[in-house]
Design a protein around this ligand. Structure first.
Ligand code: R5P
Length: 296
C-alpha cells in the first residue's frame, strides 16, 4: 500500500493530527498564506510522489476560503505526483442551497460539487445536509461517502441523560431525532418549522407528546445562528420541560448563537468535533479513520 500523508487546510488541525495518529500515518502541515495583493500562496512541506494524500478540512469557519484552499491543495498534490487525493470534509458547506429558492439565485451546492469533482479523487463527509437530493451521488461524480454520527450521539445521550425526550426542531432534523430515539428506546417528537428568513423562524409541535418534567434533548444536524433550536427550546419551556439541552452534529454557532441558546433556556450545548468548538464532546475520529481505511 502507498504511504499516507495527512494534512489540513487551516481548519480541523486537531482532528487531522488525531486521524494521522490513529492511521499511523505522517501528519504534514501545509503552508498557506497570501501574497501582498491577496493572491493565495500554498506550499507542501513533504514529498508527495506516489503517496496518498488525505486532506482533513471542515468547511467552517471560512467556507469560501476552505473550498478554494482544498482545490488549490488537491491540484498541487497531483502536480507533485500524489497517487490519490482523498478529501475528508467533516462539515461540507453549501449543501443547504440545494435549489433555486428565488429566481436568479446560485444553486451553490452544485457549484461546490463541480469544483470538488474536478480536483479531488474521493470525498468522505459526515451527515451532510441532504434534503432535496436523494444522496451525494446526485451532485458528485467522484466516489463520495456520507457517514453518520447518529450512533455516537445516541450513545452520548444514553450515557449522560435520564428521563429524556428527543425533539427534532423541524422535519429535516426529524430523521436524526427519530433514529437516535429508536437507538436508545425513548420517545421523540418533531416540530414544524416555518422559516421567514435566515434569521427568523417559528416552530410548532405537530405530534404532541407530554414533555412536562422531562429532560428535553433537541437534536439537529446543524446549529448555525441558533434560531431554530432557540425557538424549539422556548416551546419546550412553555410545555413544562425540566431541563433543555441540545446536541448537534455541526456546531457553527455564528452570530452569537451560543448566547441565543442560553437565553432561550438551553442549559447544555453539545456538538461533535466535525467543527472545532468548545462545545465538542463527541469525538468522530474513530468514525473517520474506519472509513478512510476502506479507501486506501
Ligand atoms: C435546517 O434545515 C437545518 O436542519 C438546521 O435546522 C438549520 O440549519 C439551523 O439553522 P439556524 O441555527 O440558523 O436556525
Amino acid at each position: 500500500m502507498a504511504e499516507v500523508i495527512v494534512t489540513n487546510c487551516g481548519n480541523s488541525l486537531n482532528l487531522a493530527k488525531k486521524v494521522a495518529k490513529q492511521l499511523k500515518a505522517k501528519y504534514s502541515s501545509l503552508t498557506i498564506s497570501t501574497f501582498p495583493d491577496g493572491d493565495l500562496y500554498l506550499k507542501f512541506n513533504t514529498n508527495l510522489k506516489n503517496k496518498i494524500l488525505v486532506i482533513i478540512q471542515s468547511f467552517q469557519p471560512h467556507p469560501d476560503m476552505s473550498l478554494f484552499d482544498v482545490v488549490f491543495a488537491a491540484e498541487t498534490a497531483k502536480d507533485l505526483g500524489a497517487k490519490k487525493v482523498i478529501l475528508v470534509a467533516p462539515y461540507l458547506s453549501y449543501m443547504r442551497q440545494d435549489k433555486r429558492f428565488n429566481s436568479g439565485e446560485c444553486v451553490s451546492s452544485l457549484v461546490m460539487a463541480k469544483l470538488l469533482n474536478n480536483s479531488v479523487d474521493s470525498l468522505i463527509t459526515v451527515d451532510p445536509h441532504i434534503h432535496r437530493y436523494k444522496g451525494l451521488d446526485d451532485i458528485f461524480m467522484i466516489p463520495a461517502k456520507n457517514i453518520t454520527a447518529n450512533p455516537l450521539i445516541a450513545d452520548y445521550i444514553k450515557k449522560h441523560f435520564q428521563n429524556e425526550i428527543i425533539i427534532g426542531p423541524d422535519w429535516e432534523s426529524y430523521q436524526w431525532a427519530e433514529n437516535i430515539a429508536k437507538h436508545i428506546d425513548v420517545q421523540a417528537t418533531v416540530l414544524r418549522k416555518t422559516r421567514f428568513s435566515s434569521r427568523k423562524v417559528k416552530v410548532k409541535m405537530i405530534k404532541p407528546i407530554s414533555i412536562k418534567d422531562k429532560n428535553v434533548v433537541i437534536v439537529d444536524d446543524i446549529i448555525s445562528t441558533g434560531h431554530t433550536v432557540a425557538e424549539a427550546a422556548k416551546q419546550a419551556k412553555k410545555m413544562g420541560a425540566r431541563t433543555i439541552s441540545t446536541i448537534c452534529v455541526h456546531g457553527l454557532f455564528v452570530e452569537n448563537g451560543i448566547h441565543k441558546l442560553t437565553e432561550a433556556g438551553v442549559s447544555k450545548i453539545i456538538s461533535t468535533n466535525t467543527i472545532e468548538h468548545s462545545t465538542n464532546q463527541i469525538d468522530i475520529t474513530g468514525l473517520l479513520v474506519g472509513e478512510i481505511k476502506k479507501w486506501l
